[in-house]
Design a protein around this ligand. Structure first.
Ligand SMILES: [Zn+2]
Ligand SMILES: [Zn+2]
Length: 320
């Protein structure tokens, strides 16, 4: 391949910003490590401010700000409960509960990662068959798995551009946060799952290998931000770097496949909740030809997973 050939990404008509994606719209709300952890706690039933604080060991001020943002984004609402309505709690809205597939994806990814069970010390049990879940993300039209090889991501026409400014991104991936988390695996999860650029880079590289400048251009991100995240993703064994002529080409490694369902689940959720009634900015097409509407299916009994057939069981609790 002629490595001096013009990069088509560089020749793209100059838009006022990077093309919108379903993933980015969702991550404007979710792409923060503390936010993901707070939502995880909420899924597990935590409702009180003090409960979140205890479970996450999160600074009060940080928790206050994140909960306020989640209420503003209609992910949670404040509710008075207890005797004489004297206690305030934070309840998840349907918009949050609809993130279930993303939560299962994170849990399943941790289970497949050494040490992961300590980070999320609870089991998700499928009541239909009584087994701790092992599940695959599948196309509901044909039943086959939705893998990076079998899914094509297409921009819808006319191409959409979001004009709202991106949230401020740390140039480097949140060192202050990782210092608060004692466990390396937890750091991986929170710093990749909860980091907007890491997710966006993986989503893009799942579509095709790219050069550094191609990634930066396509995502409308600074080169130093992209460089920092690529270093992190390489250190975690998720992305590979390969010399191609004078340029370096980046591609996803097989180990990253575990993240693909998570990205799909977040993009799918973004299409349901973050398009303000308009069309989605991109769509995912399965190899069977159907517009992908993915769901998790239990590997033990084959049934589709749904929230009302699952139970969360903390480690140390006896099952019933
Ligand atoms: Zn299909
Ligand atoms: Zn089952």
């Amino acid at each position: 391949m002629e490595h001096d050939a013009p990069d088509p990404k560089q020749d793209m008509t100059d838009l006022s910003g990077p093309p919108a994606t379903s993933l980015r719209r969702a991550l404007q709300i979710l792409g923060d490590p503390w936010t993901m952890l707070i939502l995880k706690e909420s899924f597990n039933g935590t409702r009180r401010f003090s409960g979140f604080q205890r479970a996450l060991n999160i600074p009060k001020q940080t928790l206050s700000l994140r909960l306020a943002a989640l209420c503003r984004d209609q992910m949670m609402y404040r509710r008075y409960t207890g005797p004489g309505a004297s206690m305030l709690d934070y309840a998840p809205t349907p918009k949050t509960l609809d993130l279930q597939d993303a939560m299962y994806a994170i849990w399943l990814w941790h289970r497949a990662t050494p040490g992961g069970a300590e980070v999320l010390p609870f089991d998700i049990v499928h009541r239909s068959c009584g087994q701790v879940i092992s599940a695959s993300y599948r196309c509901t039209a044909c039943g086959a798995p939705a893998t990076s090889d079998s899914v094509t991501i297409q921009r819808t026409q006319p191409e959409q551009v979001d004009t709202a400014p991106r949230p401020r991104l740390a140039r480097r991936n949140d060192a202050s946060f990782t210092a608060a988390v004692p466990n390396f695996q937890a750091m991986i999860a929170a710093s990749v799952v909860g980091d907007l650029p890491c997710n966006e880079i993986l989503y893009l590289l799942f579509q095709a290998p790219l050069h550094l400048l191609g990634i930066a251009h396509d995502l409308g991100l600074g080169v130093s931000v992209v460089r920092d995240r690529l270093d992190k993703l390489m250190a975690l064994g998720l992305v590979a770097e390969e010399a191609q002529g004078r340029k370096l080409l980046y591609s996803v490694l097989p180990r990253a496949e575990g993240f693909f369902p998570l990205l799909l689940a977040i993009a799918d959720w973004g299409d349901r909740w973050c398009n303000a009634g308009g069309p989605p900015p991109d769509q995912r097409i399965h190899s069977c030809g159907a517009l992908l509407r993915p769901r998790y299916a239990c590997d033990h009994c084959g049934d589709w997973l749904s929230r009302d057939t699952l139970t969360i069981r903390m480690h140390g609790e006896t099952g019933d």
